[in-house]
Write a protein that binds this ligand. Structure first.
Ligand code: 6R9
Length: 658
């Protein structure tokens, strides 16, 4: 689609809330007013109505030691009880909690009553391994039901879990296990990826090989039946220990501020940050947001969040939010193209998924694969779509709405972070008139502003600034594990202690919508003009030849920084670019296209056509590495890349004479 087509198409669309959704939506306009009037009272109501407390709380928020927050002080509850037992007690034990779909086609249906048994057995097993309240448990598991049972069992015991994504290396595992001083590791022999058994347990062995760790036991799920090494006395099979346990276990109430989990943020330089979250505030926000933003109706919806449990999205929107709400959800183990590129759509058809929550990088991949693939499946059950992880460019937004959302499902573009615990900025289905590409407005209970370089808030349109959060919120991180100073320094010092600095650039549009513009380190300064990498990437992707693009600011003698772009072409254009001279023509065309879309100042100094972009395993483009290439430096640390060979190809291409 050309940009004229895109903007005229956008202008023609009616993106006001559909009556059908609005009639029954959990979110309402009135919530904004209620929260604006008294945000603490608003959150207190959410916490009391959505959660079941063993002891009611007294003080809603204690901010006297800011930025260290205490929410719902004096209250006690058990997270696992809230996510499982109470639904069974309420007579919903037969409701499906999890439709599990293994990559190889094996499936399991787990009701809330069965999940309760699984969680109790797992809690009893962990107790037998010596895990008690306060001990840390490292989790390195595939996307299988045992992962959910493990997290809930930890929560039940008050043993904070630290999930390490199954794609991380032994080295990453070692640093995270050591930092949290985990007592037990729960893992599997392997996981299914693209039809092959990918090993997991060997990485745990390697991580623990150096000795001197805190780990006493390793609990191993048999998933792939691969041959693995075994350390007698340390390693225990899940089926030997868990299966025979009692299904009775009494959940112990935890204080509101008892630590629930640690989750390390990836992709940054230096030591990973162990972001930690606590019990009641986190759960209240996860349950509330899953209800009003995803508009989950537990009695009728089938919800599917495609994130991995190893990321915060999996924590909040596979485990804690939907289960606290008593929802029915799909859990899928594998990759979207196994055994065929329509696998996700087949799953939606099979389980009649009504709410899908995924990431722009996945959507752009599906665009590349072609419209005809989802068209083969019945997706008419879909009523709400969600996006998370990075800005969704309007092209991808429109594709998602048309090809997956039947031209009518609202798309919630949800901005939040590991640190925020839950969704912060997003439209609400049935309430908000949508604006493709923008996360729009803080949800009720959340307050955000955009600051200029001097830390002054502004509201004028199209001026780029820094996103900050101006009031504490229940799901906020309580710190960086073992490093309170780093917590203050990273988030509460850039603009003083009044503002939580999110690290994202942002702007308002004429209608007052917030547009997220990527990490601040991705905001370039070209001849004194602020330019966002995301904006230029979006412009490139709006050209019909471009499937995906990444932009970095490379230092430039004249302009301070210059725009350097990397682009993956759509398959129909790859051949054309390979022909003598055609590649150069296309690059010129793309540069002019960006100049036309955003302005001559944004015209990339160079555009390199590449076959792949360097991405972390969570799908985030590692611009830091591309910047190294653009600035002719040796490429830095590639250990968090999903495929570390990608950078060799790109570096060679850059050096080759064109
Ligand atoms: C949930 C999650 C957080 C960073 C965040 C921002 C980017 C996430 C976004 C978005 C624009 C959205 N981000 N959602 N940017 N629009 N809807 O992704 O957490 O992995 O900690 O990443 O992701 O840059 O600061 P996390």
């Amino acid at each position: 689609m050309t940009d004229e087509n895109l903007s005229s198409h956008l202008a023609e669309l009616d993106l006001s809330p559909s009556e059908e959704i609005a009639a029954n939506a959990n979110g309402t306009e009135a919530l904004y007013a209620e929260a604006d009037a008294d945000y603490e009272a608003f959150w207190a109501r959410q916490a009391r109505e959505r959660l079941t407390w063993s002891t009611d709380f007294g003080t809603t928020l204690d901010w006297s030691e800011a930025p260290f927050a205490k929410w719902f002080v004096g209250g006690e509850l058990n997270v696992a009880y809230n996510c499982v037992d109470r639904h069974v007690e309420a007579g919903n034990g037969d409701r499906v909690a999890i439709h599990f779909e293994g990559e190889g086609g094996d499936s399991r249906t787990i009701t809330y009553a069965q999940l309760q048994d699984d969680v109790c057995r797992t809690a009893n097993a962990l107790t037998e391994l010596g895990v008690t309240k306060g001990d840390r448990v490292a989790v390195y598991l595939p996307m299988i039901p045992e992962a959910i049972a493990t997290l809930l069992a930890c929560a039940r015991l008050g043993a904070p879990h630290s999930v390490i994504f199954g794609g991380f290396s032994a080295e990453a595992l070692r640093t995270r296990i050591d930092d949290a001083e985990a007592k037990v590791v729960v893992t599997a022999d392997g996981q299914w990826r693209r039809g092959k058994a990918a090993p997991l347990k060997p990485a745990v062995d390697a991580a623990l090989d150096g000795g001197s760790t805190s780990v006493e036991k390793v609990l191993v799920v048999r998933r792939t039946e691969s041959e693995i090494a075994w350390t007698e006395g340390r390693d225990i099979w899940w089926h030997d220990l868990v299966d025979g346990q009692s299904t009775e276990h009494t959940p112990e109430p935890m204080e509101s501020e008892h630590p629930l989990f640690i989750l390390y943020t990836s992709g940054t330089t230096g030591k990973p940050k162990g972001i930690f979250h606590t019990t009641a505030g986190y759960l209240a926000q996860a349950a509330y947001t899953n209800s009003v933003v995803h508009d989950v109706h537990p009695e009728s919806d089938v919800y599917w969040c495609t994130a991995d449990i190893g990321w915060v999205t999996g924590h909040s929107y596979i485990v804690y939010g939907p289960l606290a709400n008593g929802a029915t959800q799909v859990l899928y183990e594998g990759t979207p193209d196994t055994p065929h590129q329509g696998r996700w759509w087949e799953i939606i058809e099979k389980y009649k998924v009504s709410i899908l929550y995924t990431a722009p990088t996945a959507i752009r991949t599906f665009m590349k694969w072609g419209d005809d693939i989802p068209a083969k499946f019945d997706l008419s059950s879909i009523r709400v779509l969600g996006s998370v992880g990075e800005p969704i460019n309007p092209e991808a937004w429109l594709w998602y709405r048309k090809n997956i959302g039947g031209e009518k499902a609202p798309i919630v573009d949800t901005w939040w972070q590991t640190e925020t615990g839950g969704i912060m900025i997003s439209p609400l289905p049935g309430v908000t008139t949508l604006e493709p590409g923008s996360a729009q407005r803080p949800i009720p209970g959340i307050s955000a502003e955009i600051l200029d370089d001097d830390g002054k808030p502004f509201t004028e349109a199209d001026k780029v600034g820094y996103l900050v959060l101006t009031k504490p919120w229940p799901g906020m991180l309580r710190g960086i594990w073992g490093d309170p100073e780093r917590y203050k320094e990273t988030y509460w010092s850039r603009f003083g202690e009044k503002y939580y600095f999110a690290g994202d650039g942002a702007k308002y549009d004429q209608k007052g919508n917030i547009w997220l513009l990527g990490r601040v380190d991705d905001v370039m300064n070209v001849s004194g003009h602020r330019l966002s990498t995301a904006e230029i990437e979006s412009a490139l992707v709006s050209h019909p030849a471009v499937a995906e693009a990444a932009v970095v600011g490379a230092s430039d003698e004249t302009t301070g920084q210059a725009v350097v772009a990397f682009a993956i072409l759509r398959s129909e254009y790859v051949e054309r670019a390979d022909e003598e001279g055609e590649g150069a023509d296309l690059v010129k065309e793309l540069r002019d296209h960006v100049a036309k879309e955003i302005g001559p100042i944004a015209k990339p100094r160079s555009i390199m056509i590449v076959a792949e972009l360097p991405k972390t395993r969570s799908g985030k483009i590692m611009r830091r590495l591309l910047k190294d290439v653009a600035e002719n430096r040796e490429v830095g640390d590639v250990t968090t890349l999903a495929d570390s060979s990608v950078m060799n190809l790109i570096s060679q291409g850059m050096k080759a004479p064109s």
